[in-house]
Design a protein around this ligand. Structure first.
Ligand code: ATP
Ligand code: MG
Length: 377
């Protein structure tokens, strides 16, 4: 017996009403947040700086694009809602906001996804992260492009209006480059076509079971990210042909992405391009010391709750940053190196030791030399 069958009709109605009220409340809150959004790009970047280290130019471009997008949407919604006292749904339908979707290019672990997620968190909108390598043209191998909207709807707590104002981060977009670049998945073109439809700002429907939920993508901010390995070769070749000199990152055009194997129409939908730099040893040290999401700061805090005062010398930080860099996974390497350095102490010291735990360069080297052998059974 289904639960519904046992519930008296009146009670069912009351619950349904309550859910609708909650949804409306949630929706009003989300819209109010966007209407009240009043940060300037510089203020927004200053907030990003607390989390994302380095990538100065990238953060500038991202902050500007995100601030303008939500400012424009907020102002348009405010205007519409003041002039008509209609529903948010209608307001969203009638609001026109030319979007500037963003393409973020850069090596693995340099903060592409992290900075996009941080930006969405700072605006206060729903965020979904979709990995395109899991997608296929027709959906029988992996996911289908339309599933992105299902995920967004889930991230928005099932609230379509909230979902329609969110951010969709499309990861590994370079992996769907077409045949023109050797060795890539030939079904990529099909996925690109599906994406094109989604990004175009069209009316879509999300099918959940028997229910078909209309969901427009016209206010959704799409951010696509990819490593685009060897893209520099493509750009530098063109620059040489045209007699241009300078940092290739400043000369990247849609043509180069097309030469890489991306669909021109799709690239046209991502007019804002950001090229992130590989993180330097200095950046990696700063991530440990300054980012509010720093793993080192978290470990320091955790050990502090046991009365253990963790301290790293400058040399030790440099050593960790070097080792992380050798792993070739950007800032991701930091977490794994730090964890290996501290594992033994995190296991043994709580409850048996209080006071200062000073980690110097030699200590780091020792721990990394024998990290697989010393951990006790
Ligand atoms: N610039 C940065 N400042 C602070 N933390 C960073 C930075 N870059 C990366 N990180 C940390 O490293 C983790 C991995 O970074 P992220 O997921 O953004 O990599 P990515 O550039 O998207 O790489 P991939 O191409 O592999 O998807 C983040 O969760 C964050 O903790
Ligand atoms: Mg990523």
């Amino acid at each position: 017996m289904k639960m519904d069958d046992r519930m008296p009709g009146q009670r069912q109605e009351r619950i349904q009403e309550k859910i609708t009220q909650m949804k409306t409340g949630q929706e009003m809150e989300a819209v109010q947040e966007i209407i009240d959004f009043n940060k300037t790009p510089a203020q927004f970047k200053a907030q990003m700086d607390r989390f994302v280290i380095g990538q100065e130019q990238g953060k500038k471009i991202l902050s500007t694009a995100v601030t303008f997008h939500y400012r424009r949407l907020g102002q348009a919604l405010r205007k519409w809602l003041t002039e008509n006292d209609g529903s948010i749904d209608l307001a969203l339908r009638h609001t026109l906001t030319p979007r500037a979707n963003i393409m973020v290019i850069g090596p693995t672990g340099c903060g592409k996804t992290y900075s996009s997620e941080t930006a969405s968190r700072l605006v206060g909108v729903s965020f979904v992260h979709e990995d395109l390598t899991k997608f296929s043209e027709v959906g029988y191998v992996g996911q289908n492009v339309g599933d992105i909207l299902v995920d967004l709807l889930l991230a928005a707590g099932g609230n379509t209006s909230v979902a329609q104002m969110g951010v969709v981060y499309i990861d590994e977009i370079d992996k769907i480059a077409g045949e023109s670049s050797v060795g890539r998945d030939v079904s990529g073109r099909g996925v690109q076509k599906g994406l094109l439809h989604l990004v175009d700002g069209s009316e879509n429907t999300v099918q959940i079971g028997k229910e078909r939920i209309p969901l427009s993508t016209k206010h959704i901010l799409f951010i696509a990210g990819g490593a685009f390995e060897n893209l520099d070769v493509v750009v530098k070749k063109r620059m040489a042909r045209q007699g241009l000199v300078g940092n290739w990152r400043h000369f990247l055009t849609a043509d180069d992405l097309v030469a890489f194997g991306m669909e021109r129409q799709l690239m046209g939908r991502f007019p804002v391009k950001v090229v992130y730099d590989p993180l330097t040893t200095e950046d990696l040290k700063n991530i440990m010391l300054k980012s509010e999401d720093s793993a080192l700061l978290a470990y320091t805090h955790d050990l502090g709750t046991w009365g253990i005062d963790l301290e790293f010398t400058e040399d030790a930080l440099t050593e960790v940053a070097h080792r992380a860099q050798q792993e070739g996974t950007g800032a991701r390497g930091l977490i794994s190196v730090l964890h290996r350095v501290l594992l033994e102490d995190m296991f043994r010291l709580p409850g048996t030791f209080t006071g200062r735990l000073l980690v110097d360069q030699e200590y780091v080297q020792d721990r990394l030399r024998c990290d697989s052998r010393t951990f006790p059974n």
